[in-house]
Design a protein. Structure first.
Length: 212
């Protein structure tokens, strides 16, 4: 609950500090899921007491990250353009739309074992996973994606591929604005490499987003 004695400028500063702590936590926990609140405070450039001013403890901080990721994922899914009936274009557009929030997706999966639990992760990531499964199902019916693996497990495998590529970008071993990953996803689904690249180019690239 906002403090009634805090001025408008003070509230704005508190919001900025909270956002800085969350961003530092996202990056720190993405690198090292076992990081302590002291580690996160140091990464955010604040003292540990300041973290406690905004979050009651690690669980509250993690829940803040979860809500941040959930909002980002919902917005990304809402921004996926309608590509028409073609599954190839649908999957390319889906990967391009989610790429800018991929780091949040990655952080959630890394936190899952000790902080969130499978049910909470599925609640947050469920809509994106359901969309991927639906697109793969459509592509298999159209004969443009391979059918040796059922849609849902194939979608999970694709998820891991995209996250691995994101890790490479964060590590500096590869550079991508999402286009390369969208092309790789289509190739993994069985689309000819040249066709995959052409269809991704046809959709246009998103603005280059830093995912570190």
């Amino acid at each position: 609950m906002p403090n009634p004695h805090v001025t408008g400028g003070g509230r704005r500063q508190a919001q900025l500090t909270r956002a800085r702590i969350l961003e530092a936590a996202r990056q720190q926990l993405g690198r090292a899921p076992e990081s302590s609140l002291s580690d996160i405070a140091e990464a955010a450039g604040v003292v540990r007491r300041t973290v406690y001013d905004h979050f009651a403890g690690r669980s509250a901080l993690v829940e803040g990250l979860v809500e941040d990721a959930a909002v980002a994922l919902r917005r990304a899914l809402a921004d996926v353009p309608d590509p028409g009936p073609e599954a190839i274009d649908a999957m390319a557009g889906f990967v391009l739309a989610l790429w800018p929030v991929g780091d949040r997706y990655r952080t959630l999966l890394r936190l899952a074992p000790q902080d969130l639990g499978v049910e909470r992760v599925n609640e947050i990531l469920g809509p994106a996973r359901a969309t991927a499964t639906a697109i793969i199902t459509r592509g298999q019916r159209q004969g443009v994606f391979h059918t040796s693996v059922p849609p849902e497990p194939l979608g999970r495998a694709l998820e891991r591929l995209i996250l691995a590529l994101l890790e490479c970008v964060n590590a500096g071993t590869w550079s991508d604005d999402g286009s390369g990953s969208a092309t790789a996803a289509l190739i993994a689904l069985g689309v000819d490499a040249d066709l995959a690249a052409a269809r991704v180019r046809g959709l246009g690239r998103p603005a280059l987003v830093c995912v570190r």
